[in-house]
Design a protein around this ligand. Sequence first.
Ligand code: ADP
Ligand code: MG
Length: 279
Amino acid sequence: MTTTQPTIPSAPSTPAQASLYQQLRSHLAVLKLHDAAEHLPTVLDAAAAEGLSLTAAPERLLAVEVDATEARRLAGRLRFASLPTPATLADFDYDAAPGLDPKLITELATGRYLQSATNILLIGPPGVGKTHLAVGLARAAGESGYRTYFTTAADLAARCHRAAIEGRWATTMRFFAGPTCLVIDELGYLALPAEAASALFQVVSQRYLKTSIILTSNKGVGSWGEVLGDSTVAAALLDRLLHRSVVLNLDGDSYRLREHHARGEAPRATTTGTRQPLR
Ligand code: ADP
Ligand code: MG
């Protein structure tokens, strides 16, 4: 009975092979294909063990680099997106959101609306999942490769205000024009300063028919004049926002309060919240 020594296929057997191997590693390093360089021995082993062809072996090596690059880009996009919570569309409970069509959300999750620069308006009282859906949609957009950014109406207003004072208005406007998907959360919760309406209007105008906005509000569009303190600007803003849009009216009970009830707790006074009538 003969015993065969286990062979290490990637171990270079001649000095010439060793030098070729080093050269290949150095090519990969010069090209900054660090993940491919790191996986070179494994891929060479697999190539020998599986008898990979001359096209299959480099394909497998470069696939390692492509996967790693895509993972880095995705992580970068999601970091830039500044999503405030880990909410995803997958953990949205449709039973708790009567009147919301799961098929429509599934369609929106594909990101097709972004190609037609369609806006999404999520309107409803506090706690019904507006921010959850906005974050989930933004995450889906980021995962599909779209540049995405999350902000609140109050934050946007404050940043535009500072930008105006510090002479960075144009740069700030370019910043808010950049993302393919811009979430503006919580319009209507806080009273906005007087010049906020024009900042918001400019952001909406410059994105009009080019890129999408996902906007959430606890106020029906009829009261945006009050929210923005200027009914003319509100009308012009709505005109652009609604022209190509999907409006989701969420209603029902606050999910936060449902959880309190489920645990048999009395809701805290601060979260009982007076339901804003939607006009
Ligand atoms: P809103 O923005 O409408 O005030 P949120 O999206 O912040 O409400 O929701 C409040 C909390 O309840 C969040 O933690 C959110 O994840 C959760 N929530 C709300 N609606 C749902 C739902 N239908 N399924 C799962 N979680 C939900
Ligand atoms: Mg919210």
